[in-house]
Design a protein around this ligand. Structure first.
Ligand SMILES: [Zn+2]
Length: 383
């Protein structure tokens, strides 16, 4: 009802410039409501007038990727939040280790896990921590280099646009880009800090790394309890910041960028529902995830992603892998060179750090980033 009132109001603001006879014909409130009902509910475009009416409500006129990029170029954004999942790290060579059937789980067969996810189960870990540390050795941060998608987030920060970066990943690649700690919320924790599971004494990353790579079970020096990286296991709470930061982060946020996540793991996925109705939401992902249920009362406030639904007012999808997506966006914004320079200079720093660090393994996973900093054809081929 209030919508039909708005529609009637709108022409009056421009009445001095348009002929009143046109308005009377086009803006019969009853017809308007009926048109909108069919257009919204049954996904019938109806007349071109009905389509035009729907577009009035959109935050930007064109919700295609091109339309979105144009809006960004012309109007910019002021307060951007990013939320990312495993998809932004796959091109770094980090396997999707949570999926049963992946190579990593096969490698863990010798440990006879009761079920694949037992490796992240706190009760199981307390009884048998060895499988977790075997996996940790394979996944340990320092063996991998951030991807172009990670560096795109860093670039947003450098430009003063990034409010906060929420990540589901425990690989610490977000930190490795040089993004300041206070900008990052590692929703599922990370390897950055470690605690004894008995006395809670904290141990740093270097100590834990030495233990893991020496194939020793990390034991607390004080109480002999097992020391566990602060990644969130099943049955553990998420870090407090995950709960306390969104109120401020999403207030007046004008763009949420969602990358490389299935939006299936809660409570992380619920972040998409936090920004207000005027905040645009850009998904860069292989699949159009996070869409509203077709059962309207499951999503009464229409906070899920809508994309090509007729009632979409603010959701934009770029369906590709994350690196191709950010490179397309950087190109559209004229930031391509800046992004490549950032990747090159940061990668040099990381390589220098790793070489002086220690004997370290052969670093086979730096390849995807090498490719990504080359031509676009190579970027695509690497994925
Ligand atoms: Zn202890």
């Amino acid at each position: 009802m209030s919508d039909s009132e708005k529609k009637v109001e709108k022409p009056t603001t421009t009445a001095s410039n348009s002929s009143s006879s046109d308005e009377e014909e086009d803006k019969d409130p009853t017809m308007d409501v009926i048109r909108r009902f069919f257009a919204n509910t049954l996904n019938l475009g109806g007349s071109t007038d009905a389509k035009a009416d729907l577009k009035v409500e959109k935050v930007i006129p064109d919700l295609s990727f091109e339309g979105f990029s144009e809006h960004w170029r012309e109007h910019g954004f002021r307060k951007i939040v990013t939320m990312v999942g495993a998809g932004i790290s796959t091109s770094a060579g980090i396997p999707d280790f949570r999926s049963p059937g992946s190579g990593l789980y096969s490698n863990l067969k010798k440990y006879k896990l009761p079920h694949p996810t037992a490796i992240f189960d706190l009760d199981y870990f307390e009884k048998n921590p060895a499988p977790f540390f075997a996996l940790a050795k394979e996944l340990y941060p320092g063996s991998f280099i951030p991807t172009p998608a990670h560096y795109f987030v860093r670039l947003l920060h450098d430009k003063g646009l990034l409010q906060r970066h929420y990540t589901q990943n425990i690989d610490t690649l977000d930190r490795l880009t040089g993004l300041p700690e206070e900008k990052i919320i590692e929703a599922h924790g990370s390897f950055h800090t470690n605690h004894c599971i008995k006395c809670r004494k904290e141990y740093d990353m270097a100590w834990m790394k030495a233990e893991i790579f020496a194939d020793r079970l990390p034991r607390c020096k004080h109480c002999k309890g097992v020391v566990k990286p602060d990644i969130v296991f099943f049955g553990e709470n998420l870090p407090e910041k995950f709960y306390t930061s969104p109120d401020e982060d999403f207030q007046d946020c004008d763009l949420l960028i969602i990358m490389g996540t299935s939006l299936e793991v809660q409570p992380f996925a619920s972040l998409v529902q936090r920004p207000g109705p005027r905040c645009l939401r850009l998904l860069i992902n292989r699949d159009a995830v996070g869409q509203a249920s077709f059962v309207p009362w499951m999503d009464p406030h229409e906070r899920s992603l809508l994309f090509d639904r007729p009632n979409n007012t603010r959701d934009v999808a770029y369906l590709s892998d994350c690196d191709a997506g950010v490179l397309a966006l950087a190109k559209a914004l004229g930031w391509e060179d800046e992004l490549q320079q950032l990747i090159t200079s940061e990668k040099e720093k990381l390589n220098a750090g790793q070489e002086s660090d220690q004997q370290d393994k052969e670093k086979p996973h730096s390849d995807p980033v090498d490719k990504a900093s080359g031509s676009e054809a190579k970027k695509d081929a690497s994925l």
